[in-house]
Structure formats: structure tokens, C-alpha cells
Design a protein around this ligand. Sequence first.
Ligand SMILES: Cc1ncc(C[n+]2csc(CCOP(=O)(O)OP(=O)(O)O)c2C)c(N)n1
Ligand SMILES: [Mg+2]
Length: 369
Amino acid sequence: MTQADISQGIAASGAPACSGDANAVGLHAERLLNLYPSTPATVTRDEGLLLYRDMTLGRRFEDKCAEMYYRGKMFGFVHLYNGQEAVSTGVIKAMKAQHDWFCSTYRDHVHALSCGVPAREVMSELFGKETGCSKGRGGSMHLFSKEHHLLGGYAFIGEGIPVALGAAFTSRYKRDALGDASSDAVTAAFFGDGTCNIGQFYECLNMAALWKLPILFVVENNKWAIGMDHNRATSDPEIWRKAAAFGMHGEEVDGMDVLAVRGAAQRAIERARAGEGPTLLECLTYRFRGHSLADPDELRAEAEKEFWAQRDPIKRLAAHLIEHNLATAEELKVIEKEIDAEVADCVEFALAAPEPKPEELTRYIWAED
Ligand SMILES: Cc1ncc(C[n+]2csc(CCOP(=O)(O)OP(=O)(O)O)c2C)c(N)n1
Ligand SMILES: [Mg+2]
């Protein structure tokens, strides 16, 4: 396919015209425009509003994080999720809260919120406060909540994948070896495109397929691994195809469309619960900000950023809800206002919360009774 074809594809897709050079839009966009159509989820009004609320919370929480980071309220690296909300919401809200299991990466705030960890606990953790979900000992990259079955954010890439595999193995072992028929939890492991070039990914795919484990490997392919273009770093940029090497089901999906992600996730979850094993789900997405808040984001082409910004998953869901008479623009505005209040509240709460006591520095390294 030539660049002219890509430009025509963009026009034919009905997407608003991009300014700038079509050369800069690139292969990742080309894949999105040529995706094999998959069946999206259909949603009721309540489900649609729940998805809208979750994505809006994720976006506004992250915007507030940026503000707080630049005001010096949090330390270390902070990686935001703006642009990728359809993946977290699409997968996690298709699973059973406090029953299924979740493993994240260092880009973990929004996964935690989708899992139901209260915004107050997430913001407190980012401020290093005792009221944080990891008691202020973890920070941005190490969110954890036993109560919400969030098995962690991980600073080392790929570290969460074997942990997720262990959770999936546990579900299966409890049911098949220990005879607990109610043990049908499914695990979702989230990780990026760059992470698919390391060994743990392949080792875990192998074991998951071998033992037919109930797990979703969710690739958040946002085209970039810090400053490395995915297409320059991997043998076959279509990650979902790597599933075939393990005899596993693989699927690619528009990661800017929450209903497409939800539809694919629902199918994968159903297979996993039925004992039919794992799925490798590649979500084509894009991060709207730099790799971390320390990244000035000067590397990526403006035309590329604009191409993806025009596919903002939250605006897209809003348009769908309004078009299908599931909600009015006014109702969505009310939700946004409620979310703004929730985010303002979590900042106030976290600012006022106590620091961990210095003499308790090593507390929580081991589990307490
Ligand atoms: C084992 C390991 N090697 C290298 C790094 C440095 N590193 C931090 S982020 C990153 C890129 C990961 O990219 P990707 O998996 O695409 O995730 P994204 O940041 O795009 O969400 C790398 C290599 C690391 N954190 N851990
Ligand atoms: Mg990436």
C-alpha cells in the first residue's frame, strides 16, 4: 500500500481530514484503517453511561495528575493513559469486579480506577500518602489492591505477565485439581507493544496455551515504546498473529472504540470461562501525551498525533450514545461535572492525608495478619 492509498483510506473512512503530511501518519494508522471489522458490543443505556463515566473518570483523573505533577505534588516517573481509555474500560468493565483478576504495568492509574479502586486511594498513592492503595509505599507505578483484585502495576516491563499467568493457573487449579466448581475467575494482563519483544511474553503464551488457562493477554499497541517505533522493533508488527504459533486465539481490534474492545473482550472471556483457554487481544491505540510526564513529546509527528486525536475514544462513545438515543448531550455533561467533583475531592483528600510514619518505613513488605 502506498502513502497515497493511506490518504485515500483516511478520507474513505469518513474521518475528518488530517492536516500535515500523510507520510507522517504511518503504518499504525494504516492498520487501523484496514482492520477486519469485528462485532462490537451492543449496550443498554445503563451500560453505555457506565462506560462513559469510567472513561471520563480516567481522562480527567490523568489530566489532574499532570497538573499535580507539575506543581511538585508527586515524585518519580508518572505515565499517563490519555487516549487509551477504551482499552481499560472495554476489557475491565466486561469482567466481573472483585471476582476476576487484573495485572497492569507502570501506566496503571486508569486500570486501577476501572477495577473500582476509589480515586481517593489512587491519588493518595501518587502523593505517597498512608491512605494510598499501596499505603504510600508504591507510588504511581506500583498500584495494588487486594480488595479490587488488582495484582499490581509493575515498573519492569512484562513483569506482570507471569503474575497474571499465576492467577489464571490458580483459578484452573482450584477448579480442576481441588474440585471447586465455582472457581471460574478470568485474568486480564495488560501490557504494551514494546513488551511483546521480551521473553516473558512468549513463555507465558506458551504455558497459557498448554494448560488452557483462563487469561486475556491484552496488548495496548500504542505504536511507541518510549521513542522506539513499533514497526522498527519487531519481526511482525501484527502482534495478534503471534498467537497462532501457540495454537491460541488471536484478534486485533480498534482500541479507540470501546464497544469494539468490549465485544472482543466478551468473546474472549466467554471462551476462557468455558475452559477453552487464552486469547491474545491486540488493541490498536495511541497515547495522547508523552511516554511519561518527564517526556516533552517532541519526537512524534504532529500529523500522526492529530490522526489519533481525531479518534478520541471518549468523543466517539459520546457520539454513539447520542446518535442511538441512549443519552443526551446534557446528560453526558452532568456526568462530566460529577466526575470533576470526584477528581477535585480526591485531590483535597490526598493533600490532607498523612504521610507514612518514618519508623514504619519497612512495614507492609510482608503481609500482615
Ligand atoms: C525489563 C525492562 N526493560 C526496560 C525497561 C525500560 N522501559 C520503560 S518503558 C519501556 C517501553 C515499553 O513500551 P510499551 O511496552 O510499548 O509500553 P507503553 O509505554 O507504550 O505503554 C521500556 C523499554 C523497563 N522498564 N523494564
Ligand atoms: Mg507502546
